[in-house]
Design a protein around this ligand. Structure first.
Ligand code: ARG
Length: 258
């Protein structure tokens, strides 16, 4: 009987030790927790892939990596459809969405936004030889290409009698315009600028009429208040320590306003 009790007690102690060790190992792992980031990487210079390369690069990518590092996370980037980002956040399939995403009141009802990290706006792109479209007013009754689920799509839908064609990816917008399937593209100004600048003979031009000023923020699920606080604090920190400025200079030089 005594032997049995000793055996039992030994067993219990061994079990407790195992559990304790297991717990220890997992807290050790959580020191470099994974931050699951979602983005729609067809939005140069914010998120994109270089030709024949797998890695996701761009301003947003460098920014979230720096923020993740600052807050003690290992950043893992996932490519998603733009209109799938908020649903993915709300269903907890990702922890953060960073995708040149404009902070809007409608979105802020569903998710938490970081402090603004980039000042942007919408602009119009047309064929170089098109002299009839000079401002947003001239888009009435015209065919316009936009990315689905974006602030551009919202803006285009307000234009009287316009036919709005929605595409999954931004590169399809420019292609459709080049092929004359639409009269104009509405899309974020820095992305339009980057496209025109880096494509040889695009045959397209950006109108000087800017439709709206917008702020980008990264988004986190409403329930994830702790993470929101941590990442926002990390953003403040990298703005202070100069890292944000370095990343900004790397992608935009000195010319565009923050
Ligand atoms: N700023 C616009 C919006 O939030 C467009 C963002 C599109 N981003 C992207 N990675 N395709 O609606």
């Amino acid at each position: 009987m005594k032997k049995r009790i000793i055996l039992l007690v030994t067993l219990i102690v061994v079990c407790m030790l195992l559990v304790a060790c297991g717990g220890g190992a997992s807290t050790e792992k959580s020191n470099s927790k994974v931050l699951r980031v979602g983005t729609n990487p067809d939005f140069k210079p914010f998120e994109f892939q270089e030709k024949d390369k797998k890695e996701f690069v761009g301003f947003d990518m460098d920014l979230i990596k720096a923020i993740g590092k600052q807050a003690g996370y290992e950043v893992q980037i996932n490519s998603l459809a733009f209109d799938g980002l908020l649903p993915a956040l709300m269903s907890k399939n990702i922890d953060v969405a960073i995708s040149g995403m404009t902070i809007t009141p409608a979105r802020a009802e569903k998710v938490l936004f970081s402090d603004p990290y980039y000042k942007s706006g919408l602009s119009i792109v047309v064929q170089k030889e098109n002299n009839n479209i000079k401002s947003i007013k001239d888009l009435e009754g015209k065919k316009i290409a936009v990315q689905i689920g974006t602030s551009s799509a919202m803006a285009a839908k307000k234009i009287p009698n316009a036919t709005v064609r929605e595409f999954d990816n931004v590169s399809s917008l420019f292609l459709e315009l080049k092929n004359k399937g639409v009269d104009a593209v509405i899309n974020d100004l820095p992305v339009n600028q980057s496209y025109i600048k880096t494509s040889t003979d695009s045959g397209l031009k950006i109108l000087s009429d800017i439709i709206s000023a917008e702020d980008y923020g990264f988004a986190i699920a409403k329930e994830n208040k702790e993470l929101h606080k941590k990442l926002n604090a990390a953003l403040v920190e990298i703005k202070k320590n100069g890292e944000y400025d370095n990343i900004y200079k790397k992608w935009f030089g000195d010319n565009i306003t923050k």
